[in-house]
Design a protein around this ligand. Structure first.
Ligand code: SAM
Length: 334
């Protein structure tokens, strides 16, 4: 799909046809199964200053926490015992967790649960950290590009550049990670052209997964007065990403559920999504992982209910990227 057509479709007044088309593409390239990824938000320390995020280092109104390595490993084991085959380890960009400690955590989780996949979502680190994490068993890396608009990127991420973000994603791909990018829909001054560029960027990066969620304001950030993103527009971006990128794993994000607790994620499943990420972070820590306000709690039971409500099946597989699997096979046969 050309940029011009993507922009036209983002403007569509009644997007029902678009959502149905995305659902058909999802069914053609994937199947009816929804993959469950269990997320542990193990630290809310962050050295970055993203203007929209409640974890930004300037925010003094949240109580900072770090889970202990043994707590993280124990929780990962419990998640696995619930039948969940992917553990997502997420945190702020926290260098309080050294390469060595993170490697030990990954290694231990993999040692005790060799059948599961580990996704890391821990931000920008020195390149040799990514290599070390892969060497001890990390499988996937989620690093949203947030916005493909250079100027907006630099405005919302003081001290960071889009160029670096994309270099890291390319490097992760070289290391054979399954990679995830993704954007925020509804940032101040973001245009439909910017959203089309987000979709085309994800296509160009040939991502294995993409997190697409609305902006939601957080009261202790500089964007506190900016209205939250629009549900329909976010679903349109999701649907178009499905149509343009075909096989990509697309979560029905918790941010969509926060925007519309009753239907947000069910609608996402009807518009191209095939993944959900229930939150396993212990209550004490979760209440301080305030990236945005009024974050909905989607636990495993709720995630399963939503999948069934959307008329879909619960996957019992690891849910690796099909693109990545084909790539592996091609190399194995040489
Ligand atoms: N530090 C890691 C990183 O930067 O990739 C992962 C943690 S970060 C909190 C995870 C994601 O939260 C970001 O990629 C961003 O898209 C999202 N996020 C943060 N604040 C948000 C907000 N106010 N509205 C919507 N999404 C937000």
């Amino acid at each position: 799909m050309e940029r011009k057509e993507i922009i036209e479709r983002l403007k569509e007044g009644s997007p029902e046809e678009l959502f149905k088309e995305a659902d058909r593409v999802r069914k053609t390239y994937l199947d009816d199964e929804v993959h469950i990824r269990g997320i542990i938000e193990f630290s809310n320390y962050c050295c970055r200053s993203c203007l929209y995020c409640g974890l930004r280092r300037e925010n003094e109104n949240i109580r900072r926490y770090r889970m202990l390595p043994d707590e993280i490993i124990k929780l990962a084991n419990e998640i696995t015992q619930c039948g969940v085959k992917t553990i997502v380890l997420q945190s702020g960009d926290d260098f309080g967790f050294s390469q060595k400690v993170l490697c030990r955590i990954i290694e231990k989780i993999k040692e005790e649960n060799p059948e599961i996949a580990i996704t890391l979502s821990i931000g920008e680190r020195p390149l040799d950290d990514y290599k070390a994490f892969k060497d001890v068993g990390a499988d996937r890396y989620l690093l949203k590009h947030e916005t493909a608009n250079l100027k907006l990127y630099e405005r919302f991420h003081p001290g960071q550049t889009l160029k670096r973000r994309l270099q890291i994603l390319e490097y992760l791909k070289k290391l054979d990670y399954q990679i995830g990018a993704g954007n925020i829909v509804g940032l101040p001054n973001q245009t439909l052209e910017d959203l089309a560029d987000d979709i085309l960027l994800m296509k160009r990066l040939d991502v294995d997964m993409a997190g697409i969620g609305p902006f939601i304001s957080q009261k202790d950030t500089p964007l506190r007065n900016h209205p939250s993103g629009n549900l329909d527009l976010t679903l349109k971006v999701l649907a178009l990403t499905r149509i343009v990128t075909k096989y990509t794993h697309l979560p029905a994000t918790t941010a969509l559920s926060t925007l519309n607790p009753t239907y947000g994620q069910v609608l996402a499943f009807r518009s191209g999504a095939n993944v959900i990420m229930p939150d396993f972070t212990p209550e004490e820590e979760r209440k301080n992982y305030i990236i945005y306000d009024n974050k909905t709690r989607v636990d495993l039971e709720k995630a399963k209910t939503i999948i069934l409500e959307a008329g879909r099946k619960i996957s019992t597989a690891r849910g690796d990227s099909l693109k990545w699997k084909r790539h592996q096979k091609a190399f194995a046969s040489i």
